[in-house]
Design a protein around this ligand. Structure first.
Ligand code: 0O2
Length: 218
């Protein structure tokens, strides 16, 4: 059942929302750590560089509801804001991104609600990342609350670009000069190029290692 706050005043409802979304962050983070450990055990390699998680601030939630023309109520935030709980997964290579997304999709208790692939189709700003909105059950003493989490998966290089672009946008309050916007798009192309070259390099190194192993076993 989709999570709905059941406490009878705003303060208690807000605390309940925090508890549920925090639990969802813990569930997803633990799942990812287990998948990463298992991957390391089987393939001697970690697809995940690091994981960041956060709860959206009340100010950002109110701002987003306003943007969508919705009243600031707890019911509306639970229904219309998909990224109250957000997890960001940073990987070395683009291939890792799709591998992790697939591993998450294969988990029986995770329901994928939507996917936005800004790697195949980057935003006009140059933003590249793979986004999934998933729902995960949180087991409480008296009910199960299906809770939404936004998962962003990207490479170290894409993350570097996104964090600088975010800072620039913040500084110019979303109205950066055209020359800076153009430069960001150019940098985003360089990020794609770098990611492709690093992936090829890694594939080449892997082939060398496999040949070395075959030679040792022969
Ligand atoms: P914050 O402060 O990071 O939380 P939706 O969430 O579905 O209502 P939208 O914009 O359709 O809204 O979702 P989308 O495109 O999946 O983007 C969600 C999040 O991706 C944003 O959250 C940002 O974190 C990130 N993002 C999207 N576009 C850009 C971009 O051009 N540059 C950077 N740096 N990040 C981006 P919020 O809520 O906007 O912000």
């Amino acid at each position: 059942m989709e999570f709905k706050p059941i406490r009878n005043n705003d303060v208690d409802s807000w605390k309940e929302v925090n508890l549920i979304y925090n639990s969802a962050l813990k569930e997803i983070t633990t799942k990812l750590e287990i998948l990463n450990d298992e991957f390391q055990h089987i393939h001697r390699y970690n697809p995940i560089e690091h994981i960041k998680s956060r709860l959206k601030s009340p100010e950002s939630i109110v701002k987003k509801l306003k943007k969508h023309g919705r009243e600031s109520t707890i019911e509306n935030m639970v229904e219309y804001i998909n990224d109250i709980a957000g997890v960001r997964i940073i990987c070395s290579f683009t291939s890792d991104i799709y591998r992790i997304a697939e591993m998450l999709r294969n988990q029986n208790d995770i329901k994928v609600l939507s996917i936005k692939d800004y790697i195949k189709t980057p935003k006009p700003s140059g933003y590249k990342s793979y986004h999934m909105i998933v729902s995960i059950p949180i087991f409480l003493s008296d009910r199960v609350a299906d809770t939404k989490v936004e998962i962003q998966i990207r490479t170290v290089a894409m993350d570097f670009w996104a964090s600088l672009e975010h800072k620039i946008n913040y500084k110019f309050e979303g109205n950066a000069p055209d020359s800076i916007k153009r430069e960001l798009v150019e940098c985003s192309k360089m990020v794609s190029d770098l990611d492709e070259r690093m992936l090829s390099l890694n594939e080449e190194v892997t082939k060398y290692k496999e040949k070395e192993l075959e030679a040792k076993e022969a």
